[in-house]
Design a protein around this ligand. Structure first.
Ligand code: MG
Length: 382
């Protein structure tokens, strides 16, 4: 797999929105614009790292807006977008990725499908531009129209613009002092062919007060639907010296029986996520009769369910898991389990609860015949 880094350019001062605060730090539907933008990439499975390039006076704003995200230190930008892009690329050079996506902080509605298209096209191209066709008739003129411009073959450029890292870094170094308005212009100047892929009309750049209002309306739409899902699973004890719960190995005098690694906790959560989007259950996606799932680590199932949610541009609101058994003791492993879930799902640990209970020696869990798990989740869909 190619290593893919993302640079978020957040150096703009945003004077056209009519606020003293740069637009990328303004609240949008309750979260700073830049947090939404960064999260869109942090939760993408093909993205390995995200780095933000900020204005010289914005460190306090950056720290406050992104306190919930775990990111490497921001890079200080330059006097122009082009200079900021170069600073960002140079900061990545020490641990150079194969691909870099360069994105405007003020485009918070970048969608997963656009990111996928840009990354896929980088397999066969050095530079990739997501763009949308021009729908309006175009005129050239001042006080009066001088000409109608043929809009055939005209595109509106968006971001993330994708590049093979070494090539765009070299192109930027050769373009110092020019005044180019985006990174594909830098690539074009260097003679790189830039592939066009479809962008998305919602992936617009917040520039004016009208844009901010439109963004608020989209957020209203996005938070319009919350889904709830529940899941339940049981695995019986068998021979073994450990159990696996939430991907964490716990020493125990017995193991759990099952076709996969028998991670009853991940199975319950997977079913809850699938349930929230009415996508059947774990058995319909990964039939136990199929030998390819024998012994498989159950995070594969969970990642699949999370991927189906992300494909719909949905997000996981929270997870509440209860593990039911007499032994082993869950408490000492609770935080490791929450961390494991947060890493598998790329969501904040504060959204993940792991609880445990016994059944007071009653029933099959009380007789220590197995472990049960139940999960409830919320999923937000656009
Ligand atoms: Mg199971």
């Amino acid at each position: 797999m190619a290593r893919c880094a993302v640079l978020i350019l957040a150096g703009g001062s945003g004077s056209r929105v009519g606020s003293d605060i740069p637009k990328q730090y303004l609240p949008l539907g309750g979260s700073p614009v830049i947090l939404r933008t960064v999260t869109a990439f942090l939760t993408h499975p093909s993205v390995d790292s995200v780095r933000v390039v900020i204005g010289p006076d914005d460190l306090a704003r950056y720290s406050s807006a992104l306190s919930a995200a775990s990111l490497p230190a921001p890079v200080t930008g330059g006097a122009s977008r082009q200079e900021s892009g170069l600073h960002g690329l140079e900061a990545l050079e020490e641990d150079a990725p194969d691909y870099v996506l360069i994105h405007d902080a003020a485009r918070p509605f970048v969608d997963r499908a656009t990111i996928d298209r840009v990354i896929s096209a980088l397999e066969s191209h050095s530079a990739v531009l997501p763009a949308v066709p021009v729908a309006d008739t175009l005129k050239r003129g001042g006080a009066v129209v001088e000409a109608t411009v043929d809009r055939q073959d005209l595109w509106r450029a968006q971001t993330p613009q994708g590049f093979r890292f070494a090539e765009i870094l070299a192109a930027h170094r050769n373009a110092v002092g020019l005044e180019l308005t985006d990174d594909t212009a830098v690539a074009e100047h260097a003679g790189m062919a830039v592939a066009l892929v479809p962008g998305n009309e919602d992936n617009f750049k917040i520039t004016t007060r009208e844009d901010l209002d439109r963004a608020e309306r989209i957020c209203g739409r996005m938070t319009g639907e919350t889904r709830i899902g529940t899941g339940f699973d049981v695995h019986a004890f068998g021979d073994g010296d450990r159990v696996i719960l939430c991907g964490i190995e716990i020493a125990h005098h017995r193991g759990l029986e099952g076709h996969s690694d028998a991670d009853v906790a991940l199975h319950a959560i997977t079913d809850a996520l699938l349930g929230a989007i009415a996508e059947g259950d774990i058995g319909s996606h990964f039939p136990p009769s199929d030998p390819q799932w024998r012994g498989v680590a159950s995070h594969v199932f969970l990642e699949h369910a999370a991927g189906l949610i992300a494909d719909r541009d949905g997000t996981i609101g929270n997870i509440d898991l209860t593990i039911i058994c007499e032994a082993p003791k869950i408490g000492p492993h609770r935080d490791a389990m929450r961390t494991s879930l947060a890493e598998i799902l790329a969501i904040d640990i504060a959204r993940i609860s792991v609880k445990a209970t016994t059944t007071e020696k009653l029933g099959f869990t009380g007789r220590s015949e197995g472990i049960a798990a139940q999960a409830a989740v919320t999923v937000r869909l656009p």
